[in-house]
Ligand binder design. Structure first.
Ligand SMILES: [Mg+2]
Length: 235
């Protein structure tokens, strides 16, 4: 096996990947898991409601938006319990049958050839680690910012700012201008802008026209189309 030869550290480019909807084709799985666990509360999410307002939120954000207001401590306990139950349902289904977008492993490998790769996602850490392992791509990812690491989900920039903090501590010679975010959701593109990071979008979850209104630098129809540009990009 050939060793990975990274460019001179001063010329490295960092890539921050969103996960669900960019690499992993599992938004339909999250949608059905949410509805399964919320049925106990007589709540049903429509596909349109999920696509228009909830996609891009982490689990806490989704449950917080949907549960009726209740006494604070009871609400917190309910949300914590729903997150655990949904995680168990998701992990069982994902372990048996998880789909990736074409080019997912190649995109991570191409980005890792240019510098550090960070996954910045609203998914739970165990879900991300399971998927990276199933994709045989764990070695391409230097760091993960998961749902457990942040207090506010996208479009808040907290996750991307945490990834920047890790990058400054690990590779201080890589400037913010050498970081590229890859996103699929409108909330994710907005989060990257709020962190003052350049962002490319893949139109896996939203039509290109809708993404264009949020001003990513580039839009690709599919991840497979984006891979070549990752390998040749400059800061
Ligand atoms: Mg996404």
């Amino acid at each position: 096996m050939c060793p990975v030869i990274l460019p001179d550290r001063a010329q490295q480019l960092a890539t921050f990947f969103d996960f669900n909807g960019v690499l992993v084709d599992d938004e339909h799985l999250h949608f059905s898991c949410f509805n399964e666990v919320l049925s106990a509360y007589n709540i049903e999410i429509s596909q349109r409601q999920y696509d228009e307002t909830l996609l891009g939120f982490d689990d806490r954000g989704v449950f917080d938006a949907l549960l009726p207001s209740a006494e604070r401590s009871l609400r917190e306990a309910t949300i914590a319990s729903l997150i655990r139950t949904k995680a168990a349902v998701y992990m069982a289904r994902a372990a048996a049958d998880l789909s990736f977008f074409a080019g997912a492993r190649e995109a991570l490998a191409a980005a890792a050839q240019r510098g550090p790769v960070v996954v910045v996602s609203g998914a739970l850490r165990a879900e991300i680690e399971l998927a990276l392992s199933l994709l045989d791509a764990s070695a391409s990812v230097a760091h993960i910012v998961a749902a457990e690491d942040v207090h506010r989900c996208k479009p808040d920039p907290e996750g991307y700012l945490l990834a920047l903090g890790w990058l400054r501590a690990t590779a201080p010679e890589v400037p913010r201008s050498a970081v590229l975010v890859i996103e699929d959701s409108l909330a994710g593109v907005d989060a990257a802008h709020a962190a003052s990071l350049g962002v490319w979008a893949v139109a896996h979850s939203y039509p290109e026209e809708q993404l264009r209104a949020h001003h990513p630098k580039k839009i690709f129809a599919t991840l497979a189309e984006l891979v070549g540009s990752l390998a040749t990009r400059s800061a």
